[in-house]
Design a protein around this ligand. Structure first.
Ligand code: LIP
Length: 282
């Protein structure tokens, strides 16, 4: 058992992360319940890479509350990075890695899979993660080495190791050039067609929601090329602590800044999917 001081530090951090995620979720829920046309929608890196004033307001709330509670921690947030135009290097210092509203396209269209993601990285590794889905009131939380919970109850992956008995998540992403579209369509064709079709594909529209739904056993795997560290940081801790196997798309070691993920209920399922997927052509 870790020394008392160590035990208390994660608890104080996790309680703060959960409270801040719920408050940011309340801000998102209030805006979500307004008519869709009331959101001001802007495009960022592409016409399908969207941002709203709610994304920015959520990030400001989260950044201010975390800075007040834990001054001196670093902060990497999706919208601050977008405004600055460059992704700061992740240092070994404790750093918040935050997506204030994952699933912005869902939010714009009032599709309920939206999430507040607050991850804490130490020595460049995510060690604490909180993902809150305000429209579904689902609070996922995990501390490295201490398991993962959903609304306080322990969660585990599905243990599915057979591709032909799996439900797998994929995403259309926000890069739509010919090479990326071919990559997505070719890999979907490999997974849904003979000789071993998956039961089905799901696209929740949020990397964090897909990853957390693998963690709670509602999905058996999820793969994507394109998301950013803030999409993965918090949810990867939750998935790992729920027993998921996480790699890059080719089965090589995962890291939150590699912009790709393959997360599966079992190593066998991960390896089976990695053996099928064709790589993104430059
Ligand atoms: C989203 C990711 C999702 C990806 C979308 C988008 P955002 O993040 O969670 O996996 O397919 O294109 O990037 O932009 O909604 O925070």
């Amino acid at each position: 058992m870790a020394p008392v001081r160590q035990r208390r530090v994660p608890l104080r951090l996790t309680c703060c992360m959960q409270a801040v995620a719920r408050d940011a979720g309340a801000l998102i829920r209030k805006a979500f319940l307004l008519p869709a046309h009331s959101s001001t929608v802007e495009a960022k890196a592409s016409v399908v890479d969207l941002v709203t004033e709610t994304d920015r307001a959520s990030e400001e709330l989260i950044m201010n509350r975390l800075a007040e509670a834990f001054p001196g921690f670093g902060f990497i947030g999706e919208e601050a990075v977008s405004a600055a135009g460059h992704l700061p290097a992740l240092t070994s210092a404790p750093t918040w890695v935050v997506d204030p509203l994952d699933g912005t396209t869902n939010f714009v269209h009032r599709f309920p899979f939206v999430a507040v993601c607050i991850g804490l990285c130490v020595a460049r590794e995510p060690v604490l993660g909180v993902v809150y889905l305000p429209m579904l009131d689902e609070l996922f939380s995990a501390v490295h080495g201490r398991g993962a919970t959903l609304n306080g109850d322990p969660i585990r992956v599905s243990q599915q190791d057979v591709l032909g008995r799996s439900i797998v998540a994929a995403e259309m992403g926000s890069q739509r050039n010919a090479a990326k579209v071919a990559f997505i369509v070719d890999n979907l064709r490999l997974l849904i067609g003979e000789p071993e079709p998956v039961h089905s594909i799901r696209c929740l529209g949020s990397a964090a929601c897909n990853t957390c739904y693998v963690a709670k056993g509602a999905l058996d795997a999820y793969w994507e090329h394109g998301p950013w560290p803030w999409d993965f940081a918090a949810a990867s801790v939750i998935a790992r602590e729920a027993g998921a196997h996480i790699t890059c798309l080719d089965g090589s070691p995962f890291a939150i800044d590699k912009r790709q993920i393959l997360v599966a209920a079992t190593p066998a399922l991960a390896q089976r999917i990695a053996s099928l997927l064709v790589p993104l052509q430059a």
